[in-house]
Design a protein. Structure first.
Length: 263
């Protein structure tokens, strides 16, 4: 069953995803997992003198705690501003910082009431307050692995949304006035600057993804579809009769029938 999980991107990287220039992201293992590794390493050093004691390498240890799995569906939490709200039909229009685009959503009563508290601030809000109901960008995880920062290739750096600026025309007026660099060089220098204490030998999670559509309401509510492109297994309907539930009436794929046939 696909999990629905959040992922954060700053506006520049969100824009790269929207422009189909970014299909991968690298993340440090969580602080909690790193602390577990240090505790485990201390334990191994203590008992290493015993015969038959085996231990995990740092990479093997991290691989036990992946942040995402292949097939996970991710909704991008990004900075946005509430542009306007309409109470009679629970519609909310959001202005997104990444590309200044306006997107309208129909939300639940509970989400509408939550957003109403922020509607008068007239500023871009932290990505942390964005939920599945107002996420415009959805991703499907296609690969998860762990590797050192220094192992990134030029091709992989391009997938991260970075560019090679050799050969660009330079002038004080354009954004490429700094010394030329490959995409790999730029990614490594940027990552090291963003995370002090990180080195080129640091282990990073590599998550590759592709854009996808927002899942059907049943999937968002934690119910998996019966078949990838087929009918559901029957959870869509009431046990006592053939009337589809309200959630399934919103599902384009439920029971293999069109909405018109179901209603």
């Amino acid at each position: 069953m696909s999990r629905i999980l959040p992922i954060f991107f700053v506006p520049d990287l969100t824009r790269a995803i929207l422009e189909n220039r970014k299909t991968a992201t690298r993340r440090l293992p969580s602080k909690k997992v790193i602390e577990k590794w240090y505790e485990y390493e201390d334990f191994v050093c203590t008992v290493s003198s015993f015969d038959g004691c085996s231990s995990y390498s740092e990479k093997e240890f991290y691989e036990k705690y992946p942040p995402y799995q292949i097939g996970d569906i991710l909704y991008v939490r990004e900075s946005a501003m509430i542009h306007c709200m309409k109470n009679f039909d629970k519609k909310v229009k959001m202005l997104f910082a990444a590309d200044n685009s306006l997107v309208e959503f129909t939300v639940s009563d509970k989400e509408y009431d939550r957003l109403l508290k922020w509607s008068d601030l007239n500023k871009f809000l932290s990505p942390y307050w964005l939920t599945k109901e107002t996420a415009r960008l959805w991703l499907k995880v296609t690969d998860v692995r762990i590797e050192r920062l220094r192992d990134i290739t030029e091709e992989q750096a391009l997938k991260e949304g970075f560019i090679n600026t050799y050969g660009f025309i330079r002038s004080p007026e354009n954004e490429y006035a700094e010394p030329p660099h490959t995409a790999r060089e730029h990614f490594i220098s940027t990552f090291l600057a963003m995370y002090p204490g990180t080195t080129e030998a640091s282990w990073l999670w590599v998550i590759e993804f592709e854009r996808c559509e927002k899942p059907e309401p049943c999937i968002l509510n934690g119910i998996d579809s019966g078949l990838e492109n087929g009918i559901c297994f029957g959870y869509a309907r009431s046990i006592d009769d053939d009337e589809p539930c309200e959630m399934c009436k919103q599902c384009r794929r439920c029971t293999g029938n069109d909405l018109e046939d179901m209603e």
